[in-house]
Each structure stands twice: as structure tokens, then as C-alpha cells.
Design a protein around this ligand. Structure first.
Ligand SMILES: Nc1nc2c(ncn2[C@@H]2O[C@H](COP(=O)(O)OP(=O)(O)O)[C@@H](O)[C@H]2O)c(=O)[nH]1
Ligand SMILES: [Mg+2]
Length: 468
């Protein structure tokens, strides 16, 4: 669903043709039907937002469909209608005067969902989960959870692609890339101010900068060749043109191909990578995202090397509200995968993430094990695994390249998630992976929190890196 389809209150404000007497929908369900234009100042007060909060105090929508808006509701509606149509703005209004979680906040959130035309059940489900999460994390105050709340809302309301979230991501990416920027951006800026012309010396120094920033030998070579070619074609040596070429070149590097994403459920996602790169945490984050997007999610503990690995996954699964399938330490990983898919089929899960071990006794064994898991998944469920996600740790720099090579050759890699971009100066490896392997980087990890796994956008990355 797109952005403006959410803007029921905005629409009604701007739709001057809307008949004055059009009454508000009698039930929240009707409000979600396409084309229904809510007169938002007549939205009925919310029913019980969470179980803990009895409905009795509030009239139900059926009883008072049009008139009885409480003062805060009228006020909020008017403010929302006046606000710039951005999630951050709306949330700021919803949170105005709120200091801690509680029934008042839930009512206001519920109100926002309804003003955006989301079904009541979705609103209640969202609030219930969020409240449970706050309890688990021991968060009370708005300032502790504001960011997570916005992230969840963006996912739940399908607003993540909107400009608002994009700029949030860009900021986060830019902050996460601080150290890499020290190594690339600032040095390139230095290079540009030291040279007026893109001459031999200029290209050599550029090569050095890229190598130092872990772009890698092959990718650096290719990148510089392409940049020289661009300058040649444009018949310019002026260093003022350089950033433009670099931006175009990076856009080319990250131009991903569109793929068919439809699958026969459950979608089976196998997550692979060496030990410690962040597979389990990434699964938790991906499960959390899928959950927020309304999917029924199962995670399978295919890393049976250590009991602790399974426990860690189980804890994460619980936090994300996902289902968990695991067997004891030392169980055959392929058997776990097989049974987990069987379970997912029976229980009608939408998506299953299979965690795998990153360490066995030797690397050769690990690859054989992964091949076995892969073939077992395919036998149980046609087309599975639908995606193999390789998780690589950006801080390992050039090792990320050899890992990509190794795993691609052994079991095939459909996507790469690059973790720990925050706090590494080796972010240049993103460019190397994209250039050398052509495997799409779908997400990047920018920290340890759930919301720190963000969709990767090459354009944004280039912008964050080049600083313009
Ligand atoms: N700073 C940071 N730490 C991360 C990120 N992703 C994972 N980690 C941390 O990396 C460590 C190893 O993660 P884990 O998921 O257990 O790795 P696995 O062995 O591949 O399953 C944990 O301490 C995570 O919190 C990230 O994007 N940024
Ligand atoms: Mg793990």
C-alpha cells in the first residue's frame, strides 16, 4: 500500500468535493474499505486498546459513530490534518505531552492507526505486542522507546519506503559509516583539494585510498578503470567533475536486478556464514521485521554445535514473537531443518528462517553440512530454500570477500547481509562485494538493536559515502 492511501485525514482535508453530510463509517472495518473517506474529526473514540484497559469507559464506534469525539481527539485530528504528511510528524503529535507508556498513549496510537485507515485488529495487535515488548525490555519512558516505536510503525503501516524513513535511514547509515568516511570521503576530499587535474598521480592516489578502505584489489582496479573511462569520454580532467563520476559509478555498481519474490509458503530462508558474523542476531532482526509486516514467522535452530547458540535463538525468537523449532545440542542440523519445515507446513507459517552453524571441526565439513541441509530442505518443500542469505561481518574487511567466494561456490548465495558496518572503517568492502560478486546486498547491520538492521540502498550508501 502506498503512502497517500494511508492519508485518510489528509485526504479528507484536501478533498473539498467530499459531501459535507457524509457520515463517518459505522465500524472501524468499513473505514478500511478502499475509497471510504473518513471525516476524521468524527472518528469515534477508541475501544479498549489493550486487554488491561477496559472498554467500558469508552463508547464503542457502533454506539456513537459520529459525534462524541473527546477534546483530545478533536485536537489531535486537527493537528494531524495540519501536519506535514510524514510518519515522524504524526508520531510527534501522537506523543505530544506523553512521557511514559500507558492507556493514554495506547489510545492515541490506536487513534493514529484508525486515522490512517488501518483495521482495528491491526492496531490492537500492534499495541499489544509493543506493550509486551516494553515490559520485556523494561522500558517505561517515551524517550527510551520512541525510535523503536517509529520503526515498528513504519513497518506495520508499510511506510518504510517513504521519504521520511529513507532520510532516517540515511542519517543512521551516515553515522554508521563515520569511520569509513574518515578513510574514504575525507581522503578523497583531500585528494580533490590537492589536485586540479585528474592526472596519473591523481588516479594512483585514488587507488591507494580505495585499497586502504578495503575496497579490495580487484574492485579498486575495476572502479578506477571505469572512472578513468568516464573522464575520458566526457573529455575532462577537471577534478570538479570527479564526484559526479563517482556517484554514477557507484549507482551502477549497486544497480540490483529485480527478482521474483513470490513463493509457495512457507518461504524458506537459509542463513549461512562463518562463526560470529551475526547470523543469529540477523535472523532475530529479520524475524522481527517479518513479524511486524504481519507474517507468521518460525525460526529453526540449525546451529546445533553449541547448546548456547540454540538458547540464544530461542530467546530472540520469543522477543520477536516468532515461533521456534529446535532439538538438543549435537542434533543433526539437516534433520532439524527437515523437521522444522515439516512443522512450518503443518502450522501454516508464512516464513521460516533456518539458522546454521558457522563452525564445525573443519571448513570442508561445514560446507558439506550446508549442502546437505540445502538438499534436505528442497526435498521437503519444492523450491526451498527460496533464499540463501550469507551474513558477512564488515569489520573483517577482505575476509568478507573470501567468505563470499567460498560460500557462493559451495552452496550458492542469493543475498548478502553485511553486519557491523557501524564502527568499522572497512565499509569499503560493500563496494568490493557488489562489484566482484554481483550478489545483492539486501540489508546492512548498523548496531545491535532490532531496528539497526536496515534495507540496503546503494544510492543512499553512495550519498552517505560521498557526502553530497
Ligand atoms: N555492532 C554490531 N554488532 C552486531 C551486529 N550484528 C551482530 N552483532 C553482534 O555480533 C555478535 C555475534 O552475533 P551472532 O548473531 O551470535 O553471530 P553468529 O555466530 O553468526 O550467529 C553479537 O554480539 C551481536 O550482538 C551489527 O550490525 N552491529
Ligand atoms: Mg549463531
Amino acid at each position: 500500500m502506498g503512502f497517500f492511501s494511508k492519508l485518510k485525514f489528509w485526504q479528507s482535508k484536501h478533498d473539498s468535493e467530499a459531501p459535507e453530510g457524509a457520515s463517518a463509517p459505522a465500524s472501524p472495518k468499513e473505514a478500511t474499505q478502499p475509497g471510504s473517506s473518513i471525516q476524521s474529526d468524527t472518528i469515534a473514540p477508541s475501544t479498549a486498546a489493550v486487554e488491561a484497559q477496559p472498554a467500558a469507559a469508552q463508547p464503542t464506534p457502533d454506539e456513537q459513530p459520529t459525534m462524541a469525539a473527546e477534546p483530545w481527539q478533536t485536537e489531535l485530528t486537527l493537528a494531524l490534518r495540519e501536519a506535514e504528511p510524514r510518519l515522524s510528524q504524526w508520531l510527534a503529535l501522537v506523543l505530544q505531552g506523553m512521557e511514559a507508556k500507558g492507556p493514554e498513549l495506547w489510545q492515541r496510537l490506536d487513534f493514529l492507526f484508525r486515522a490512517l485507515g488501518a483495521p482495528e485488529v491491526e492496531a490492537l495487535d500492534f499495541i499489544k505486542r509493543f506493550d509486551a515488548w516494553l515490559t520485556m525490555m523494561d522500558y517505561e519512558r517515551v524517550e527510551d522507546f520512541r525510535s523503536e516505536l517509529q520503526y515498528r510503525l513504519a513497518l506495520a503501516l508499510d511506510l518504510e519506503d517513504e521519504e521520511d524513513e529513507r532520510s532516517r535511514l540515511l542519517l543512521k547509515l551516515s553515522e554508521g559509516l563515520e569511520k569509513t568516511k574518515d578513510k574514504i570521503t575525507r581522503r578523497i576530499d583531500g585528494l580533490l583539494s590537492a589536485h586540479n587535474e585528474m592526472d596519473e598521480e591523481f588516479w594512483e592516489e585514488l587507488e591507494e585510498i580505495l585499497l586502504m578502505a578495503d575496497v579490495g584489489f580487484d574492485a579498486t582496479h575495476l572502479l578506477v578503470e571505469n572512472l578513468r573511462e568516464r573522464a575520458r569520454k566526457a573529455e575532462t580532467k577537471d577534478t570538479a567533475d570527479f564526484k559526479g563520476f563517482m556517484a554514477e559509478e557507484l549507482a551502477e555498481v549497486f544497480k540490483g536486478e529485480r527478482r521474483i519474490s513470490a513463493v509457495n509458503p512457507p518461504e524458506v530462508v537459509m542463513v549461512i556464514g562463518v562463526n560470529g558474523v551475526g547470523k543469529t542476531t540477523t535472523i532475530a532482526k529479520l524475524a522481527h521485521r517479518a513479524q511486524m509486516q504481519g507474517k507468521k514467522v518460525l525460526v529453526a535452530a540449525g546451529d546445533t554445535f553449541r547448546a548456547a547458540a540454540m538458547e540464544q535463538l530461542q530467546v530472540w525468537a520469543e522477543r520477536a514473537g516468532a515461533g521456534f523449532y529446535g532439538k538438543g545440542e549435537g542434533a543433526d542440523p539437516a534433520a532439524v531443518a527437515f523437521e522444522a519445515v515439516d512443522y512450518a507446513l503443518k502450522e501454516h507459517y508464512d516464513i521460516i528462517f533456518v539458522d546454521t552453524a558457522g563452525r564445525l571441526h573443519t571448513k570442508v565439513n561445514l560446507m558439506e553440512e550446508l549442502k546437505k541441509i540445502k538438499s534436505v530442505l528442497g526435498k521437503k518443500h519444492p523450491g526451498a530454500p527460496h533464499r540463501s542469505i550469507l551474513v558477512v561481518d564488515a569489520t573483517t574487511g577482505q575476509n568478507a570477500l573470501s567468505q563470499t567466494d567460498l560460500f557462493s561456490k559451495a552452496v550458492g548465495v542469493d543475498e548478502i547481509v553485511l553486519t557491523k558496518l557501524d564502527g568499522t572503517a572497512k565499509g569499503g568492502v560493500v563496494v568490493a562485494i557488489a562489484l566482484q560478486f554481483g550478489v545483492p546486498i539486501t540489508f546492512v547491520g548498523l548496531g545491535e538493536r532490532m531496528e539497526d538492521l536496515r534495507p540496503f540502498n546503494g544510492q543512499d550508501f553512495a550519498t552517505a559515502l560521498l557526502g553530497s
